[in-house]
Ligand binder design. Structure first.
Ligand code: 13P
Length: 305
């Protein structure tokens, strides 16, 4: 069933488990996400970025909405990183049930003002809202602790921000970053900060940049002819601890990009004569489903729907 973000995330926060919010860009990705959620009886969020809307538009949104409506588990369609009031309202018009307004590049007052506008409009239509405070992005190892603090979400500011905006859930900067290169060795994640923010706030918290970049997938990517440097993601145990502290929405894009490319490369490499898209993209869908299944196990959402 198609539900709002709140319908999925409020129980997750209360139950101390995480729900994957996976980015989609086509039918195969959407099917891998929703069919795996049904198989595992897990709630799930499917998110489209503005780039995905540019690429797939209403066609892609309708695929998600149709699969979600027919699904036997709760599914929300979420706008990832909406850059403006207009973008958030456009997504609602397209049928999204959850929107992110990312005004985190503004100063505090500007972020509050833009977020509030979106919250007021979205709530009038029964749609839930995610906002962000702090700066996501690679926290390089050479940055000293004091400087890290300037980028990461300040707990007292998070409390004020929630009070002043009425946002339903909040993305916090805890050291994670988007992409396949989250740092050397074991990428940094500030658990103490999550615990502190969760203790001072009641709403679901959101972790961006939560791909695990599984080494098995990276090795298969290389073996099938792909080139990738020292890719590394968030360790399963680190993510699991974060969900225990109050991270309820866990954003994953890179892992599915890698998995789908592994599937495509492996088929093309093993069978150079193949040109049936169902064989090529079907395999991509299978590899993505394996990665999603693993992630839902890590997050603890299996059996929660
Ligand atoms: P990853 O790049 O770690 O998959 O993060 C995606 C994300 O946070 C989208 O908002």
């Amino acid at each position: 069933m198609l539900v709002t973000g709140n319908d999925i995330l409020i129980p997750a926060r209360a139950g101390k488990y995480g729900v994957g919010s996976f980015n989609t860009n086509n039918m195969e990705i959407t099917e891998a996400i929703i069919h795996t959620a049904e198989k595992l009886r897990s709630p799930v969020m499917v998110q489209m970025s503005e780039g995905a809307i540019k690429y797939g538009g209403q066609d892609l949104a309708n695929i998600v909405i149709d699969l979600a409506t027919r699904a036997t588990v709760p599914v929300a369609l979420h706008l990832d990183h909406g850059s403006s009031y207009e973008s958030a309202l456009n997504a609602i018009r397209m049928g999204f049930t959850s929107v992110m307004i990312d005004a985190s590049h503004h100063d505090f007052a500007g972020n509050v003002a833009e977020t509030r506008r979106v919250v007021e409009a979205a709530h009038a239509m029964g749609i839930s809202v995610e906002a962000e405070i702090g700066r996501l992005g690679g926290i390089e190892e050479h940055i000293v602790v004091d400087e890290k603090d300037a980028f990461l979400t300040d707990p007292a500011e998070a409390v004020q921000f929630i009070e002043q905006t009425g946002t339903d859930y909040l993305a916090i900067a805890i050291g994670t970053s988007h992409g396949a290169f989250k740092g050397k060795g074991r990428p940094y994640i500030d658990h103490a900060r999550i615990e502190k923010i969760a203790g001072m706030t009641g709403i679901p918290l959101v972790a961006h940049g939560s791909s695990g970049v599984p080494q098995e997938i990276v090795e298969r990517f290389r073996a099938a002819g792909g080139e990738i440097g020292d890719a590394a993601g968030i360790a399963d145990e680190d993510l699991q601890r974060a969900t225990g502290f109050g991270i309820a929405k866990v954003n994953v894009d890179t892992d599915l990009r890698l998995a789908s490319t592994v599937g495509i490369r492996e088929v093309l490499q093993a069978t150079p004569k193949e040109f049936d898209p169902r064989k090529i993209l079907g395999r991509a869908r299978d590899v993505m489903a394996q990665v999603i299944e693993h992630k839902m196990g890590v997050l603890g959402s299996v059996g929660k729907a």
